[in-house]
Write a new protein. Structure first.
Ligand SMILES: [Zn+2]
Length: 289
């Protein structure tokens, strides 16, 4: 699917289902604090990014890995350092990204998807607040039983995603990610190493984790207006927000160019205009006034 093109992230699982029709209201996402895993991290709330901030962010983060881009977005939205967010759990990171997105582009979220059955190009609209991770955020460690092992795992962080990004394939990345996130492992009551889990046990652990909100990807339930097909599509807010930011920059730069050429104003002055006023000036320029 596109917002242009959210990708599934490498988390151990996939199955938080949020139907497109969902419109349950969540608590104000702006209030979500960025604490979690990092003992030194101070809670921070995101603030609204203006056109100049967004453009600067886009320039700084363009071409970087999606996980790194998410860190740069959060640093920009909080006035913090990207490293402050590397150890924040993915559910908490995503809640902050949703809050950032809502402040920058509003709560309504539009995307283009292709029907997997008939190929029809479809647009859907939903609310970002209906997709954001539920409160309280599911970012604590969770215990699972796998054979004779009791495994306690914490949700992955961006640092974990970055650490496994060079894995040779998706199953290897999944296994490496799960292993990194194991907090404790006991067999018959005896503590043992996370490395003692074999492939089948890791697969079983991944399967169980996929049903827990702390580890699940957000899934959109979509149906095709043309042929009636119903399917699920993974929604990665980090990718979605980045694609929106890139599209925003691609629209904004020609606007700045046109206004600067017509009036001789600086980029800074033009970016400081509200979107509505920029649009009015563009109309005037186009009308040859
Ligand atoms: Zn279809």
């Amino acid at each position: 699917m596109r917002s242009r093109n959210p990708r599934s992230r490498r988390s151990p699982s996939r199955s938080r289902v949020a139907t497109v029709a969902a419109n349950a209201r969540k608590p104000e996402p702006e209030a979500i604090a960025a604490t979690a895993g990092h003992p030194a991290a101070t809670p921070r709330a995101v603030h609204a990014l203006g056109a100049a901030d967004l453009l600067e962010l886009w320039e700084r983060a363009e071409g970087r890995d999606r996980a790194e881009q998410a860190l740069l977005v959060l640093a920009s939205a909080t006035g913090g350092d990207p490293r402050d967010f590397a150890e924040v759990s993915i559910p908490r990171r995503d809640a902050l990204l949703f809050a950032t997105r809502r402040l920058a582009f509003g709560d309504e979220l539009r995307a283009i998807v292709g029907c997997p059955d008939c190929g029809e190009r479809l647009e859907f609209t939903t609310l970002a607040s209906a997709l954001a991770p539920p409160e309280p955020l599911p970012d604590a460690a969770v215990q699972f039983a796998v054979g004779d092992a009791q495994v306690r795992i914490r949700p992955p962080t961006t640092a974990d995603l970055l650490a496994v990004r060079d894995s040779p394939n998706v199953p290897a990345a999944r296994d490496a990610l799960l292993t990194r996130c194991i907090v404790s492992l006991t067999r018959d009551g005896t503590p043992t190493s996370a490395a003692s889990l074999d492939g089948a046990e890791l697969a079983a652990l991944a399967g169980q984790a996929s049903n827990h909100p702390a580890f699940a990807d957000i899934q959109l339930e979509l149906n095709c207006a043309a042929c009636g097909a119903i399917w699920q599509s993974a929604f990665d807010v980090a990718s979605f927000l980045w694609d929106e930011l890139a599209a925003f920059a691609a629209r904004l730069l020609p606007e700045v160019h046109t206004i600067a050429r017509a009036y001789g104003w600086s980029e800074r002055e033009i970016l400081a205009l509200s979107p509505g006023r920029r649009a009015r000036y563009l109309d005037l320029i186009e009308a040859g006034a």
